[in-house]
Design a protein around this ligand. Structure first.
Ligand code: ADP
Length: 245
């Protein structure tokens, strides 16, 4: 006979009600009275596409670093998938990071490895089995449209293709959240468009996407929720629409 544990039931219903990400009154200060973030709060639900915007120095990258637990707030709390990530232990950080894929402006690819080896490497460090690697790698390369470039080294790829490899690598653990920090910063408008289209496709498949950018064109075109930072403060949070002023 199955026994119902009421405490467990209660926890489950609580989990359901909480958003995927909750940034609560976060302040980040650095020595020299630099305030990178000043009492910033927002919540993100599963499946959302967020554009995190603001001029250079507004605090966008600082938010990204907090969300991947590269930095911790000076004040405030951050919850991701119901965990207070400010309190997770150092040894738990790699496991936590598998929930989040991250893409940077400068790709961060291994130049001495081919496209597919770059992706295999990301899987190997997490001790994936050979069978899993054989299945996952072509699937991900197909998703980002690079199956034909699998055996090529990064230095013979275009900027847009390199960024698609870094997106592929970010997706190896099927993360719930994909964070892209200025992913189109080094790309021309046409190539940027391809990368934005890919992020939208990934979002349509259910992954929550956070795009930190100051590229007005991309934000206007995406036309989804916009969170704006200025001088470390959250100054706008609109459910849809372009970059604004
Ligand atoms: P953005 O990504 O919007 O360009 P950042 O988050 O990189 O902005 O930076 C916000 C502010 O915090 C800037 O004034 C920046 O100089 C400062 N800052 C960021 N990281 C550090 C750090 N490690 N040490 C000192 N100041 C920092």
């Amino acid at each position: 006979m199955r026994t119902i544990n009421h405490n467990t039931k209660f926890e489950v219903s609580e989990l359901k009600d909480r958003p995927l990400i909750s940034v609560e009154h976060v302040t980040k200060s650095y020595p020299g009275e630099i305030v990178a973030l000043d009492d910033v709060s927002f919540k993100i639900k599963e499946g959302e596409f967020i554009c995190l915007v603001g001029p250079s120095g507004a605090g966008k990258s600082t938010i990204v670093k907090m969300l991947i637990r590269e930095e911790i707030p000076s004040k405030g709390e951050i919850y991701v998938a119901n965990r207070n990530i400010c309190q997770i232990k150092r040894y738990q950080i790699p496991y936590f990071r598998r929930k989040i894929g991250v893409v940077f402006q400068d790709y961060k690819l291994l130049d001495h490895k081919t496209v597919s080896e770059n992706i295999v490497f990301a899987l190997e460090v997490s001790e994936a089995s050979d069978d899993e690697i054989k299945i996952r790698v072509p699937k991900i390369l197909n998703l980002v449209g690079l199956i034909d470039r699998a055996a090529v080294f990064p230095n013979s790829l275009s900027g847009g293709e390199r960024q698609r490899v870094s997106i592929a690598r970010a997706l190896v653990h099927s993360p719930k959240i994909l964070i892209a920090d200025e992913p189109t910063g080094n790309l021309d408008p046409d190539t940027s468009q391809d990368v934005i289209d890919l992020l939208r496709k990934i979002n349509s498949a259910g992954t929550t996407v956070i795009l930190a950018t100051h590229d007005k064109g991309s934000v206007d075109q995406i036309n989804r929720r916009v969170i704006k930072l200025e001088k470390g403060k959250l100054t706008e949070d609109r459910m849809s629409g372009g970059y604004g002023k």
